[in-house]
Design a protein around this ligand. Sequence first.
Ligand SMILES: [Zn+2]
Length: 429
Amino acid sequence: MSALDPGVKRAILEAAKALEAESIAALERLVRCPSTLGNEASALDEMARNYEALGLAAQRIPTVPEKLQSVPGFSPPLMSYEGRDNVAAIHTPREAKGRSLVLQGHVDVVPEGAADLWITPPYEPSIRDGRMYGRGSADMKAGDISNVMAFRALQLAGLQPAAQVQFHSVIEEECSGNGALACMMALPKCDAVIIPEPGPNYDAIYTVEVGVVWAWVTVTGRPVHVRDMHAGINSIDAAYRISNLFREYEAEMNRAENIHPAFFGENHPVNVNFGTVEGGEWNSSVPTRTRIGMRVGVMLGRTAQQVKADIEALVERARQDETFRGAQIKLEFQGFMADPCVFDQQAPIVQAVRRNFSETAGHDLRDYKASGLTDGRFFQLYQGTPVACFGPDSDSIHGIDESVGLESFHSITRTIALTMAEWCGVEKA
Ligand SMILES: [Zn+2]
């Protein structure tokens, strides 16, 4: 890799510095978009405007289940994809001399939870003590803006990448990954991918991540008046007992002999979460039907399909158990069917990112073995493209008062700018 000319490097860093206030304003605009599942349109439009402001044509990339269902990595959809097309943009150099690059990010956020618990409203960005608070500020709207502002920094320095650069803004990273898969399949393969997903509470680079399977269990009991309670089958009680079977499974999966060496030292990397429950009709009626939605982690070395089979076996055990007294148990798979993934740390893109981050931030990116997942797996596992997945320090992602460290956010922007210039080469804008 040709080292960056010192003059070029200085010009890019000065440009990035000059863009810091603009970067914060752009992040605020994106955080104001309440882009939960099914409501991504405003955030997608905002990213389209950001791409247009770079002088790039924004294109819409639909997620079409019929086209993707036989593609490795596809997850069973949760809802229709109509009106929720992903947004992409492609920079084409005058003369392609360097290596091509994808700058990817997701625009969807998880629900804000109890909005009344937030110090400031979740979709009204607030800056306190060098951090921006708001749902999605860290996961991963800061990264989305870093991708844009890195390119903008090159432009402000009078430059542009001398290779193709693709921007992908995708939906459903938080529940299926199908948006990322749709964009990957629709556009030409590049030489590397950068995904600025947040670290934990420090700037970090993902070295490995678990897989995830989403499953839905619906128990149908027999409703009666509570005065005849023992003649009925209580679906809430039955669902609770099934959840205990999953807790036993979780404990088994976290036993030392079931943990891949890449996760040694991580406390409890395979998590089962009961995320939603709906059921019952009336406090004085034995409840007819209860549905629980769960997320089951997949340890490295196993596949999503194997864990799916484990879940099917667990549910079958409950069906055969006489103490459930004939409750009907339905099992469905919708959402994540995601394999675990190792990110090649010897890949030149990863090494360039680590070096540029250390130089520009004054400390190193720390390794992060993630017990959650990113869209990186698609490129790494199914396309064979190296991925550098790294990002700013975050707090309370998926929780209350989510925030991102702004100094860390700027460091990530500078790192992407320098890495893009080095990886792609530069030409006069
Ligand atoms: Zn994320």
